[in-house]
Design a protein. Structure first.
Length: 161
């Protein structure tokens, strides 16, 4: 005999309650005497603790919430003069010290005058910033965020498989 060949009766008939004393579950039908649980249609609310202050009301609440939105770092049009490159992207902005690292999202905002302009590749830009760069003779291209390069350990694990 194998486990998967066992014949089991998995459908157990429901216990018939409230059919007299001799049936075993007569009179109160296993509900006890009196009280909220003995009544028809009774079901305590989730978290109800018998009149005691429920635990979700008794515990202190934590303030605020955590935003999972990825923050953008801001670069202004007048700061583009600090970058010594025709094509401005996240790597050149990071080298110039305008953003923390080349793998963050960057938004170009308008501020001040822009003297020289080239091709600007960022993740976001305001309409006035785009207009200022185009007026100075450059172009603005919205590109996807640059992903971090995979570590050597991760590459080794992939090659081992």
């Amino acid at each position: 005999m194998k486990f998967n060949e066992l014949q089991t009766n998995h459908k157990q008939s429901a216990k018939r309650v409230g059919r007299g004393i001799a049936a075993g579950q007569g009179k109160t039908a296993g509900r006890g005497t009196k009280g909220y649980g003995s009544r028809t249609g009774s079901k305590a609310k989730p978290g109800f603790a018998g009149g005691q202050n429920p635990i979700m009301q008794a515990l202190p609440k934590l303030p605020g919430f955590k935003s999972h939105r990825i923050k953008m770092e801001v670069v202004f049009t007048d700061q583009l003069a600090r970058v010594n490159a025709k094509n401005v992207d996240c790597h050149t902005l990071a080298e110039a010290g305008l953003i923390s690292n080349p793998f963050v999202r960057v938004k170009l905002l308008s501020r001040g005058d822009i003297t020289k302009a080239g091709a600007v590749h960022v993740q976001g830009a305001s309409k006035t910033a785009v207009a200022a760069v185009v007026k100075a003779g450059g172009t603005v291209t919205i590109v996807a965020q640059i992903g971090r390069p995979a570590s050597k350990k991760a590459d080794q694990k992939k090659s081992d498989k």
